[in-house]
Design a protein around this ligand. Structure first.
Ligand SMILES: [Zn+2]
Length: 59
């Protein structure tokens, strides 16, 4: 889950706990992307470069 307003993000492994509102800014514009249990990703945000997501296999 990624808030497109303040870039708060979280990974949910339990779908019943997914929120549809950002806990930080209350925006409802949330992006979500599926991720497999054996995959991981690194989220980084840079004001100049924007959002960077590095997906990879969990070791
Ligand atoms: Zn937000």
């Amino acid at each position: 889950m990624l808030c497109e307003t303040c870039y708060w993000c979280a990974t949910y492994l339990d779908k019943t706990k997914v929120v549809d509102k950002c806990p930080l800014c209350s925006a409802t514009v949330m992006s979500s992307f599926p991720i497999m249990p054996d995959e991981s990703f690194v989220f980084s945000y840079d004001a100049k470069r924007g959002i960077e997501l590095d997906f990879g296999r969990r070791k």
